[in-house]
Design a protein around this ligand. Structure first.
Ligand SMILES: Cc1cc2nc3c(=O)[nH]c(=O)nc-3n(C[C@H](O)[C@H](O)[C@H](O)COP(=O)(O)O)c2cc1C
Length: 170
């Protein structure tokens, strides 16, 4: 899809069909994460692809915002592994993971699938059910799938602050 159209038309998809996401599409999305930019190119990321019924059930246990998507990609940051700004100690790993998540989301859209970024989950339950992610910070559970014909953006998708509150010129 043409990039400007893609960016303008993207919205959080919360209704998916049951059709699985093909291996080829999963690989394209993972590649988009792999090549995403990170501070000092440190790549402080760990990514888990969740497709099995059992582990998708675990995703459902830690968040109600799973929308029965057939694929979850969990994007985690590794504190201390990325660029840390000397002047104030700001660890950029979460910023890197956010950039990677957005790149994956746009790739998802570009290949004709839909996604929603979910970060409202129970972190205590996540620690218990996903011990593999120990030592990382889960930044996004990207819920991905084929878009249901009934899918539409939520009302607040188009609710935007007035530009004058957000954009300034120095
Ligand atoms: C950092 C972040 C966390 C989010 N977490 C959730 C979530 O836990 N559950 C959910 O349904 N949507 C979540 N969203 C989706 C936002 O609600 C959505 O992007 C926002 O309302 C704007 O709507 P739009 O994506 O349709 O333009 C999240 C989005 C971002 C960027």
């Amino acid at each position: 899809m043409e990039f400007e159209k893609l960016v303008r038309e993207r919205y959080s998809v919360r209704k998916f069909t049951d059709e699985p996401v093909s291996d080829e599409d999963v690989q394209k999305i993972l590649d988009s994460i792999y090549i995403s930019p990170t501070g000092q190119n440190k790549q402080p990321l760990r990514i888990w692809t969740v497709r099995s019924r059992e582990r998708l059930a675990d995703v459902k246990r830690i968040t109600k915002f799973h929308y029965d998507a057939p694929l979850t990609i969990a994007i985690c940051a590794v504190p201390g592994e990325g660029f840390v700004r000397k002047s104030d100690g700001c660890d950029h790993c979460v910023i890197d993971a956010a950039a990677a998540t957005m790149q994956a989301w746009l790739m998802t859209e570009d290949i004709g699938l839909g996604a929603v970024w979910v970060s409202d989950f129970d972190s205590n339950l996540q620690d218990a059910l996903f011990p593999e992610m120990k030592g990382t910070e889960l930044v996004a559970l990207l819920q991905i799938g084929h878009i249901s014909p009934e899918s539409k953006p939520l009302g607040w998708h188009s609710k935007k602050r007035d530009r004058s509150e957000m954009f300034f010129e120095l």
